[in-house]
Ligand binder design. Structure first.
Ligand SMILES: *Cc1c(COP(=O)(O)O)cnc(C)c1O
Length: 424
């Protein structure tokens, strides 16, 4: 067990000394403000760059320069099946078997493609359940899909609301809604970790309950992949997708990950938008008219992989593979708790009050109302080397990512926050 937390530099440095993941800090590149390495809290938006990412990208640039078209088959990591290298380490991150995951396109595109297979409304079963105020792209995606099927979003999309005065969803409310919709419920599609309040939904319970009503279950794991424990296979999830540039540290707009439960593999008749990278490798280049699906999630791939976008993802996964999710999750819990402690300590020392709206079920994000503060505090933090995310009217989202944030970062953040508030 760890000692009770203390809001001192000494204590924070001691925690860092005992941190089994401390060496990973040096494996990332940090922005600098006024010549100093920043305290980075926005890994929930864009993860830092692993130093090895450049090597992985350069390798492809070199192969392209030296081999040109021959790189498809004769590069050291041939491009035609480059993406397959990601399946094993990625499957570990999301709790799947390697055949159930693939990497392709970008997140919103993948959600649309998955809806083709997994949202099959009928006259009686056509409703979609999601959380209120889902990430805007997910809302646009759902509405446009519903309209594409000739249905009215007002009627077909049902949102689970938070209770009056509360900042989180109650699992019981979600489960009751599922049961209430019963045979009308075609699909549950929610964010496994909410981007705004950082809440981790009870994905296992929601999946089980929705399945018992005969619905299909998909998860948007943009804020969950690489951040919280996931057991997609074991939970019986039908499909999921996530971007790789948040907690997965794979760079802006990098390729998205997809999970498709193995019970859907190898089906020729499943509705699906298809392309040549989904047909079996052995016969692909015979250029035959018949689509013969790869018996894995790869059947959903359309195009040859965007290798330059996938390369940083492979680099990042190498770090996940080395560090292991259990160690990352253990540090994430402790580090986030330490940040919570620091916020509460500083709260006692200043006039403004901090209200943490992230519930107990959380990953590495604390969303905090800074009552009594305005945008100036955000500017102050940014100018003093603390990169945070600001949402009007006065919410900051802080994600102390275990790979590259330290306990000392949390302590120093507290001091800078306090100085910023007192300097007004
Ligand atoms: C970040 C995020 C997205 C972003 O979608 P892109 O297609 O990658 O631009 C979508 N949904 C959620 C829930 C997100 O958190």
């Amino acid at each position: 067990m760890t000692k009770p937390f203390e809001n001192t530099r000494e204590f924070a440095l001691e925690m860092d000394k005992n941190d089994p993941l401390r060496a990973y800090r040096d494996q990332f590149n940090y922005p600098r403000v006024k010549g100093k390495q920043v305290i980075y809290f926005t890994g929930n938006s864009l993860g830092l760059q692993p130093k090895i990412a450049g090597d992985y990208v350069n390798e492809i640039m070199q192969d392209w320069a030296n081999l040109a078209v021959e790189g498809h088959f004769y590069a050291e990591k041939p491009w035609w099946d480059y993406h397959e290298r990601l399946a094993k380490p990625l499957a570990k991150v999301v709790g799947a078997s390697p055949g159930e995951v693939t990497v392709m396109n970008t997140l919103t595109v993948n959600l649309h493609l998955l809806m083709v297979s997994f949202y099959r409304p009928t006259k009686h079963r056509f409703k979609i359940l999601c959380e209120e105020k889902a990430f805007p792209s997910d809302q646009y995606m759902l509405k446009s899909q519903v309209k594409y099927h000739g249905l009215d979003p007002e009627n077909a999309i049902v949102e689970v609301r938070k209770r009056e005065g509360e900042h989180f969803w109650r699992t019981g409310d979600i489960l009751s809604k599922i049961e209430e919709l019963g045979e009308e419920l075609a699909l549950v599609l929610m964010g496994g970790v909410n981007y705004y309040n950082g809440q981790v939904l009870d994905m296992a319970a929601i999946t089980t309950t929705a399945k018992s009503q005969g619905a299909v279950v998909g998860w948007d794991l943009a804020h969950a992949a690489g951040n919280v424990p996931l057991q997609l296979s074991e939970w019986g999830v039908d499909f999921a997708a996530w971007c790789s540039y948040k907690y997965m540290n794979s760079g802006p707009g990098s390729a998205s990950g997809v999970f498709i439960n193995k019970k859907y593999h190898g089906l020729k008749e499943i509705p699906r938008f298809e392309g040549w990278w989904g047909t079996k490798k052995e016969t692909r280049f015979l250029m035959q008219p018949e689509f013969d699906p790869i018996p894995t999630a790869d059947a959903w791939q359309l195009s040859n992989p965007p290798v330059l976008a996938v390369a940083p993802y492979l680099a990042a996964l190498q770090l996940f593979e080395e560090a292991g999710m259990p160690a990352l999750l253990a540090k994430q819990k402790l580090l986030t708790s330490y940040l919570e402690f620091i916020l509460k300590e500083i709260d006692k020392q200043v006039e403004s009050t901090f209200e943490i709206i992230t519930p107990e079920d959380r990953g590495c994000q604390l969303s905090v109302f800074l009552h009594g503060e305005g945008r100036e505090i955000f500017e102050y933090l940014m100018q003093n080397g603390v990169i945070v995310d600001w949402r009007e009217p006065n919410v900051i989202r802080l994600a102390p990512v275990p790979f590259y944030c330290s306990y000392d970062d949390m302590f120093r953040f507290g001091q800078i926050l306090k100085a910023g508030i007192l300097s007004k």
